[in-house]
Design a protein around this ligand. Sequence first.
Ligand code: NAD
Length: 321
Amino acid sequence: MASPTVKLNSGYEMPLVGFGLWKVENNTADTVYNAIKAGYRLLDGACDYGNEKECGEGVARAIKDGLVKREELFIVSKLWQTFHEGDKVEPITRRQLSDWGIGYFDLFLIHFPVALEYVDPSVRYPPSWSAPGEKPRWSKATTQETWTAMEGLVEKGLAKSIGVANFQSQLLFDVLRYAKITPASLQVEIHPYYQQRDLVKMAQNEGIFVTAYSSFGPTGFIECNMDEAKNAKPLMEHEVIKAIADKVGKTPAQVLLRWATQRGLAVIPKTYREPIMKQNLDCVGWDIPQEGMDEIAKLEMNLKFNKPTNYFEAENLYIFG
Ligand code: NAD
């Protein structure tokens, strides 16, 4: 089963359902290969995930075996915080492309609107938020400086489309004031406990395509041993989600993904298991009835898990993305 695509404001087609690569640490190349074999065409990576070389190996093998051609894949990566200074953007993008073994990213995102002091890749890579046990150190780079350098990647053919992640609406409006290239995509945390309705509306009104990450809410963060996630009721076990799943004959995970795609959002779930990869791809082409969508709307709790402020406490530093 292949995912349908959507047209970005850059003119390129992006699959609506992709495969997330954060915390894919074991058998990474095999996992990427299996995801492509299962039908995924969008791969969502990042410098911070520390696995771009292995992801590239999986891609290379899939191409070599004739599963897919490079131009049929949509490879996403992200600019880490320590590379926000204008002159650091292109060199690190080239390094990331070389790790993947490809000539361009289909979409390259600013990972967080947070600029940290430059760390040379020979010193620490991926650099994370800080050196082990230390506090993050700020850089003076502005978002405008970073965005202008991101635009340079498009001009040089290193990225087909560029966008942002973890931006809120005020900052997006700010970018729109000076952007020569409007962000093609905004990637943010969205699940029934954190629905971001105003932000989604604003971005969609501006023609910026929204991708929802962590569609299963706490589940992805329990893997990081995060207390807030462990204390939250797992969405896949929530009675509202389970009742809708029974009604439509799908799994709770599929309902959570369809809830997003039905709102016009792309999704990027992650799993190691091949049958689950295929199951997660099946989250378009059927509908949650309107009363089900209304019930899920009531689950909003303003409960966000991916919070940079958590990572500024040295004793509480996760390797995060
Ligand atoms: P997720 O919400 O996809 O949840 C992953 C967890 O759910 C894993 O434990 C997996 O085993 C389980 N799971 C997946 N499918 C399942 C199914 N059908 N049934 C039961 N369990 C299932 O995880 P996530 O990693 O938080 O987010 C997904 C992707 O989003 C990441 O891999 C990454 O690419 C992206 N992301 C981006 C940012 C960012 O800052 N831009 C932050 C977080 C995640």
